[in-house]
Write a protein of this length. Structure first.
Length: 370
């Protein structure tokens, strides 16, 4: 069992996460530009030397019209902290969530720090404007333009709130080009990731069956079953996702809605699923998984884990970049270890443990009670 906050990363992991962090690096200049437009540095500076403000404190000083402003601010400010523009300290709440407080780094005179916003303005704007034309395709850039962090703070945290009620998932269905690009990217990521996972994680051994919830094309299960051919795999996803997916020996494709029911199996896998959803939706899904597992059954969760306190290494930058994407594009977020444990307990699981780390992703196990 590992402590995610004190884990020492190897060179191989550093290289893998550096590649992943590069994929989300575009969100930093966008976040910096939003922070400048919202005067966040000046708001914190006006609180005085050494002052620490919570996202709620800062949101109360903005003309925000939505209840989710503090949540988006939390993601945005934590990202800036990983780039050493702010300090950040995170504490656990009684509810099981976490609360961050932010402050300016005191490295120069007070007067120069008060002008931090203006010093950063030209830098932030040049980086943000430089995004155009440098994305992998015009489609990617057009999508990036929809992710206005300033608008997400002031007018609505959820993508669908800012796009006439059309959710991110609706957009994927209605845009086959983007949907194919996303599926291809996720499949390639799964292949690289899972080839490493099956070498370092032995939790798939001795299973009669395993269900991959939100398994997409089945690439993840294909690697698991290739390593453990006596295990029966069930690749579970929405029916339209499973249209024209490849067939694999030992794997059955099953269509359905995970928020209604999950197929039964000795173990269930959720890889990069929980970070897409709110705590309420996650608990509903986790309860469905609990019901589908036998006594002593195991739910295997693969996701980023947010460090409790702001760190500046590439692992923290990757987790924070993913967090702000999840909070503005979907209704989700990245979570701390304590927050994952709280979700497990609320869904009825007896035991929670962090097992190992692979390329920016932690493998956790939720064990069902007898």
């Amino acid at each position: 069992m590992h402590d995610s906050n004190n884990y020492k990363h190897g060179e191989d992991e550093e290289a893998g996460v550096l590649a992943l962090a590069s994929c989300v690096s575009h969100v930093f200049p966008m976040a910096l530009d939003a922070a400048i437009q919202l005067d966040l540095f000046d708001i914190i500076a006006r609180a005085g030397v050494g002052a620490l403000l919570s996202p709620s404190d800062i949101a109360s000083q903005l003309p925000a019209s939505n209840d989710g402003a503090a949540g988006v601010l939390d993601s945005l400010l934590r990202l800036l902290a990983t780039h050493s523009l702010l300090t950040c300290s995170v504490s656990k709440l009684e509810s099981g969530g976490s609360k961050g407080v932010m402050g300016l780094l005191r490295r120069g005179s007070s007067s120069s720090e008060m002008r931090m916003g203006s010093h950063l303005l030209s830098f932030g704007n040049s980086l943000a404007q430089g995004l155009e034309g440098r994305s992998a395709s015009k489609l990617v850039y057009d999508l990036n333009k929809k992710i206005s962090f300033k608008d997400a703070v002031l007018g609505g945290a959820n993508f669908s709130q800012r796009n006439n009620g059309k959710s991110y998932y609706d957009m994927i269905i209605s845009n086959p080009e983007y949907g194919k690009m996303l599926n291809d990217a996720m499949g390639a990521h799964s292949t690289v990731l899972m080839r490493k996972v099956v070498k370092v994680y032995d939790g798939f051994a001795s299973l009669g069956s395993i269900v991959d919830v939100g398994g997409g094309t089945g690439a993840t299960l294909a690697i698991i079953i290739a390593m453990y051919p006596s295990t029966r795999g069930i690749n579970f996803d929405l029916p339209h996702v499973l249209h024209n997916v490849p067939s694999y020996n030992g794997i059955e494709h099953s269509g359905g809605d995970m928020f209604v029911e999950v197929p039964k199996g000795d173990a269930i896998l959720l890889k990069f699923i929980l970070h897409n959803w709110s705590d309420e939706k996650c608990i509903k899904l986790l309860k469905n998984c609990y019901e589908a597992l036998p006594n002593n059954g195991k739910l295997i969760v693969m996701d980023c884990i947010f460090p409790n306190n702001a760190q500046t290494d590439v692992h923290a930058k990757y987790a924070s970049g993913m967090d702000i994407i999840m909070s503005t594009m979907l209704e989700g977020k990245e979570r701390t270890e304590d927050e994952f444990e709280t979700l497990a307990i609320k869904a009825g699981f007896l035991e929670f443990k962090v097992v190992c780390y692979v390329y920016g992703m932690w493998i956790m196990e939720f064990i069902k009670s007898i």
